[in-house]
Design a protein around this ligand. Structure first.
Ligand code: ATP
Ligand code: LTN
Length: 340
């Protein structure tokens, strides 16, 4: 089974990214042939600082390995190292409609937050479809917010196949059972995010332990004092899900454990559980980030494998679409007429 997912290097990685995505990558790498892509070409579609992109790319690579991606099992690579991605995106742009891109909620949300709305932000999901389809992907582990983008990739693949013949595999999104949408600790009606959330309500994987404890202690809870999940209790429901993941328990077990104990003690314990969850990751991260040569070596190897896997699919797309193949070698040998 082929597994593919992508994650942006810009924006510090937070608990939502860890629970919704990174933790799933680590679990799915056991199930098949996995590719995880650091999508730097997606990062440039909103305002960003070029002088920080290099650091954040290497930092994310170190974090992914630190969180448990095994370079012997998984192919971890940087999107811009594999030119097939933007090439395939251009081809797929012609089987994607303006109307469907306009309906993407991420585009609408991000565009509202930008002064300069780039054309790249609009066509972002086409590049994402290219990422996925170039690897004949069966499953895409993601958080809930990416559901619509994978739906689009499926539609685009189906349209391509209908128009040019069976070429692309139709991918399926997979979501974690608990924690597909982790909410901001201060504003639990919106998702945890470094771009759209609050600083105090966003727990970073690399936050110092005391910062993590403080963010949980000050987390917004709801009226009442029962530790149970309910639509009227978005704050507590979110904390229960986080606790369930951090302690590897069912949410029901967390509820039973805190039955009758009130919010205060619960919040302190969730903070502690997340500190324990991230402690070993932070240590491993620091060690790996210190060895830049090794990181670069792993990424170079990943890029090589990714190029090998994606190139034949790109070539098949060109063929099916009717492009003339560039001839290599002695182009006009014996058969060339003397005079034209
Ligand atoms: P941000 O919202 O912080 O800008 P993002 O979603 O735009 O992040 P990435 O860092 O590339 O961008 O996200 C990587 C993965 O993390 C995706 O699979 C996404 O679904 C998942 N993810 C992001 N936020 C959350 C969240 N709050 N809860 C669960 N999963 C999330
Ligand atoms: N848009 C995604 C990142 C992403 C991705 C992908 C996810 C880019 N290419 C391919 C899954 C598969 C996001 O989380 N912001």
């Amino acid at each position: 089974m082929r597994i593919f997912s992508g994650i942006q290097p810009t924006g510090a990685k937070h608990l939502g990214n860890y629970i919704g995505a990174i933790r799933q990558y680590v679990a799915t790498q056991e199930q098949g042939d996995a590719f995880f892509c650091i999508v730097d070409l997606h990062s440039i579609t909103v305002e960003y600082d070029p002088s920080e992109l290099r650091e954040s790319t290497l930092s994310l690579a170190a974090l992914l390995f630190a969180a448990g991606l095994d370079p012997e099992r998984s192919t971890v690579f940087v999107q811009s190292h594999v030119p097939a991605h933007p090439e395939a995106a251009w081809l797929l742009g012609s089987v994607t409609s303006f109307g469907e891109l306009r309906r993407m909620t991420q585009f609408k949300d991000k565009a509202d937050a930008q002064e300069f709305v780039s054309a790249g932000l609009f066509s972002y999901p086409v590049l994402q479809a290219a990422d996925i389809l170039l690897y004949r992907t069966d499953i895409v582990p993601i958080g809930e917010d990416q559901r619509q983008h994978v739906e689009l990739a499926r539609d685009v693949a189906e349209r391509f196949n209908a128009r040019f013949g069976e070429t692309l595999t139709i991918p399926k999104a997979v979501f974690p059972e608990v924690g597909a949408r982790i909410m901001d600790l201060q504003e639990p009606e919106r998702k945890m995010s470094t771009t759209g959330g609050t600083a105090q309500g966003t727990v970073l994987v690399l936050d110092p332990p005391d910062t993590i404890r403080k963010k949980f202690k000050t987390a917004v809870t709801d009226s009442g004092r029962e530790v149970v999940r309910s639509p009227e209790k978005p704050g507590i429901s979110n904390l229960i899900e986080i606790m369930a993941v951090a302690r590897a328990e069912e949410p029901e077990a967390v509820e039973a454990h805190y039955d009758g104990q009130g919010y205060g003690a619960f919040k302190v314990d969730v903070g502690e559980a997340v500190v324990e969850l991230f402690d070993p990751i932070r240590d491993a991260y620091e060690e790996l980030r210190g060895d830049e040569t090794e990181l670069q070596r792993l990424l170079a190897r990943g890029a090589e494998k990714a190029r090998k896997a994606s190139e034949p699919v790109l070539q098949e797309m060109y063929d099916r679409m009717g492009f003339v193949k560039a001839k290599t070698g002695r182009l006009f040998g014996a058969a060339r007429p003397k005079r034209l």
